[in-house]
Design a protein around this ligand. Structure first.
Ligand code: ASP
Ligand code: MG
Length: 422
């Protein structure tokens, strides 16, 4: 049975300033029932911590410490603006920064991914410490939870997979809504069975919110964002965008897979499995309805949806031994893609070659190197993929005219164009 409990997720943009955190207070104060609040790292803190890590891995201790000091100053400034007695807030985050400083000063960077999770996970620990303390200070009593103790994952550092059964036991015990009506926990982070912190992939806080919703049988999950809801295209790129009030889980998966930034691709499954609706609502206009993703909608999407994914690489492989056995080559190549965590957004094959479009990640070189064992490999960088769902001729010519198209794929419903980035 679903209890009356909701999950609210606030992303980095919502907690980037004292004003944002005050707005969270306003939104959270309006909730009457049980609430689980998932919070991301503040503003661009995750990127900043990635810089600390780069220095740390190169044993540039002074540079890592300088960058850490900048991050600390940013958080301290927010605390000063936010709290009537800032000392309390500053004292709450000081030990966290001390631990990080000790880590970068004394440890030696070995495994990049493991060190990444150890260090970068602090972004969320710090932000939730501040948000929880501020809510408490403002009379909104809440329990701060350490998701590194509650969300159990494998050891696939930087892209860890959550072990749902183990996590369910811990989550239900910790967030029992007896001691507290409101809990605050970190998005993006968990830990493996040895207790090493893990992260769930960039923008993974949405996924945390969905998993928490699933494990605690929430009646709904809401992602508060700096957009009016889900639109048919990114308004920063396309004109005349239209608001989509309702989407099915299936729509959402398709959009996320094509690269729509609105939602992390892993978010949908935990919600669909329990038919929990996902609301995407505007942080700056909390009274507006936003959009909802759910099992059945009143009206299917009747406008073309445009998704542009940038910074892609087209990798083409041809078997070295001239074997035209496509299936065998396909499976060999895909094992390598998967091993190196390449996210494939398009596949094209012919009798003698396979081309896949992947994100330009730090793992790409290693993958290309390994593919070289069995294949001749060539690649094209700096590409963008435009996906049009619900396509028609007019929208195709409007969005692609004058562009040189490297590759296209079309069905009656979906058109995809791979082009050089402009
Ligand atoms: N803080 C993490 C990131 O910036 C996770 C998130 O915001 O969802 O990727
Ligand atoms: Mg974010």
């Amino acid at each position: 049975m679903k209890n009356s409990m909701k999950v609210y997720k606030f992303g980095g943009a919502s907690v980037k300033s004292a004003d944002g955190i005050r707005n969270i207070l306003k939104i959270v104060s309006g909730v009457e029932g049980n609430l689980f609040v998932v919070v991301s790292a503040m503003g661009k803190t995750t990127n900043a911590l990635e810089e600390v890590l780069e220095h740390f891995m190169k044993a540039e201790k002074t540079l890592s410490l300088t960058k850490l000091a900048e991050i600390e100053a940013y958080h301290t400034e927010i605390i000063r603006e936010l709290f009537s007695q800032p000392t309390k807030g500053i004292q709450a985050i000081e030990p966290l920064f001390d631990t990080m400083k000790k880590y970068v000063a004394e440890e030696v960077g070995d495994d990049y991914d493991r060190c990444y999770d150890h260090l970068v996970s602090y972004g969320e620990v710090i932000s939730t410490t501040i948000v929880s303390a501020f809510l408490e200070d403002s009379g909104v009593h809440n329990g701060w939870l350490d998701m590194r103790q509650l969300l159990m994952t494998d050891s696939n550092f930087r892209e860890a997979n959550i072990r749902m059964d183990e996590s369910a036991i811990r989550m239900k015990a910790a967030a029992n809504f007896k001691e507290h009506r409101i809990y605050v926990g970190q998005g993006f982070i968990g830990s493996n069975s040895k207790g090493d912190p893990t992260t769930l992939g960039r923008e993974g806080s949405d996924y945390t919110a969905a998993v928490v919703g699933n494990l605690l049988d929430a009646e709904s999950v809401t992602i508060w964002k700096d957009v009016p809801g889900i639109l048919n295209a990114d308004p920063r790129i396309f004109q005349n965008t239209v608001h989509i009030p309702e989407l099915t889980y299936f729509d959402a998966v398709e959009l996320a897979y094509s690269g729509a930034q609105i939602i992390h691709p892993k978010t949908i499954k935990p919600l669909e499995n329990k038919q929990i609706p996902l609301y995407v609502r505007p942080f700056s206009a909390p009274t507006e309805a936003g959009s909802v993703i759910k099992g059945i909608v009143a009206k299917p999407i009747d406008v073309p949806v445009l998704i542009l994914r940038k910074n892609l690489v087209l990798v083409t492989v041809r078997p070295r031994d001239f074997s035209f056995v496509l299936e065998e080559s396909l499976s060999k190549a895909f094992v390598v893609f998967h091993k190196h965590r390449l996210k494939i957004s398009l596949i094209q094959s012919s009798a003698v070659s396979i081309s896949v479009c992947v994100d330009n990640t730090r793992y790409l070189n290693a993958a290309i190197d390994e593919l070289g064992n069995d294949f001749k490999v060539s690649y094209n960088e700096s590409l963008e993929l435009l996906t049009i769902r619900g396509t028609n001729d007019a929208i195709v010519s409007e969005t692609t005219s004058g562009r040189s198209i490297m590759l296209s794929q079309r069905t009656r419903r979906i058109a995809r164009f791979l082009m050089r980035m402009e």
